[in-house]
Design a protein around this ligand. Structure first.
Ligand SMILES: Nc1ncnc2c1ncn2[C@@H]1O[C@H](COP(=O)(O)OP(=O)(O)O)[C@@H](O)[C@H]1O
Ligand SMILES: [Mg+2]
Length: 271
């Protein structure tokens, strides 16, 4: 994507949000540029998943103040689908089980629709030529390639989406989606939770393979453990709906040593 270099890729400004009349986000500010890896940490209930869901366009939350801009464009009015097409991706903390829909079919729909829509937009921009569509055969080849990278057995493709998947398998399936959708802004919500060390290593390797100069990454995690495998450039700590501390990777280490207790006392968060 070629954009003006003065405009940040992803900018959250003074974001306030409520759910069922309860204010969860109380003024979040966060800027993420291409090529940067940001970690968002914080105790349970601090609003991390709420922020992730709002960024992806979840309809249950009401944004009452502030803005979210992607390449300078306010995306708050866009549907989750439109945001995804623009290149925003969310890996869920709790991926949904969809019985009756195989991984392969689900991914083929999501990926070919997204890619073809992007190809059409690009073709229209370049004077309305024919867009190169992805064929089912090309898709299968690409999927197998990415599955191998994530050390997923071929049989995965024919299983129903997340049905009976272990924690590690669900997270791998999320990263597989990300690998196929090729987002420019990826938000991973607790992708490390429920993983044993081997699965954590495979998932981290997968993410590190996708990281690069074009990708902005927001890693949401409760623990420092994941950050031993994926090195963040910036660390933000959220408490009671606000980012209360920011720094480099050393902040995550410090937090792991001190725990959230000290911060809690300092910021008086009701969590
Ligand atoms: N659907 C919901 N209905 C009511 N309250 C919710 C809902 N989702 C989240 N909350 C509340 O919002 C707060 C933040 O939750 P969450 O964003 O999941 O935090 P985190 O991901 O940091 O653990 C919690 O107090 C939680 O109970
Ligand atoms: Mg959460």
């Amino acid at each position: 994507m070629v954009e003006s270099s003065n405009v940040p890729m992803f900018e959250i400004e003074d974001l306030h949000a409520v759910i069922e009349d309860k204010e969860i986000l109380k003024g979040v500010n966060l800027t993420i540029n291409q090529g940067e890896i940001h970690a968002l940490m914080g105790p349970n209930g601090s609003g991390k998943s709420t922020l992730a869901n709002i960024l992806a366009g979840h309809p249950s939350y009401e944004v009452t103040e502030g803005s979210i801009r992607f390449w300078g464009e306010d995306i708050l009015e866009l549907s989750p689908d439109e945001r995804a097409r623009k290149g925003i991706f969310l890996a869920f903390q709790y991926p949904t089980v969809i019985p009756g829909v195989s991984m392969a079919n689900f991914l083929r729909m999501a990926v070919t629709n997204t890619r073809n829509a992007r190809a059409e937009e690009a073709a229209a921009k370049n004077g309305g030529g024919e867009a190169a569509k992805m064929t089912p055969r090309e898709f299968r080849k690409l999927m197998r390639e990415k599955m191998r990278l994530l050390k997923m057995d071929d049989s995965f493709a024919s299983r129903y989406l997340n049905e009976g998947f272990s924690g590690g398998e669900k997270k791998r399936a999320e990263i597989l989606q990300m690998a196929l959708l090729e987002p420019t802004m990826a938000i991973l919500d607790e992708t490390d939770s429920g993983l044993d060390i081997d699965a954590l290593r495979v998932v981290s390797e997968g993410v590190n393979n996708l990281a690069g100069p074009d990708l902005g990454l927001l890693l949401i995690t409760h623990y420092q453990r994941l950050l031993n495998y994926i090195k963040p450039d910036y660390v933000h700590i959220m408490m009671d709906g606000r980012i209360v501390q920011e720094g480099g990777p050393e902040l995550a280490v410090e937090l792991e040593q001190k725990g959230y207790e000290k911060l809690r006392a300092e910021y008086g968060a009701a969590v």
